[in-house]
Design a protein around this ligand. Sequence first.
Ligand SMILES: Nc1ncnc2c1ncn2[C@@H]1O[C@H](COP(=O)(O)OP(=O)(O)O)[C@@H](O)[C@H]1O
Ligand SMILES: [Mg+2]
Length: 152
Amino acid sequence: MDIRIGDMIERVLDVFRAQFETKGIYLDSKGIDGTVRVYADPEKLIQVVRNLMQNAYEYTISGGTVKIYTQSMNQDIQVVFANTGVEVAEQDLPFIFERFYRGEKSRSREHGGAGIGLAIVKELVEAHNGKVGAQIHNDETRVWFSLPINPS
Ligand SMILES: Nc1ncnc2c1ncn2[C@@H]1O[C@H](COP(=O)(O)OP(=O)(O)O)[C@@H](O)[C@H]1O
Ligand SMILES: [Mg+2]
């Protein structure tokens, strides 16, 4: 299905908004382009966005910031979830997309999943010919995925 990915992210965001507010996390979604379209299974794409949103919620401390933005790069659109807080060492970042991998700190948390959220993200994104990745910049974690833009 042809999907405006930015609009979809905004809809998922609406479901999470109160939760973020209660935890005292500042949400910045100004950088989402609502016009770019991708060809995807909507249910699966929602699952991807929901898992990334859940992590951003979980791993951001109260008073922190979650920034969600998109950037078009050649034929692809990249969706970036950037949040304050670092849970994993830089050299361990490639492993966060592996099944059952959980950061050292994350394991001792009361809440949190079973370490499969990002493995599902990777699987679903790659099934749509997309890519995933993660970086750390100063005290910020960035987790992203990209998908081919559906040309009009
Ligand atoms: N937004 C994020 N900020 C910081 N660390 C993250 C973020 N998302 C994921 N991680 C790290 O990657 C690990 C794997 O994430 P995930 O597959 O969703 O499993 P889970 O959330 O169940 O631990 C987490 O345990 C955490 O250490
Ligand atoms: Mg998770």
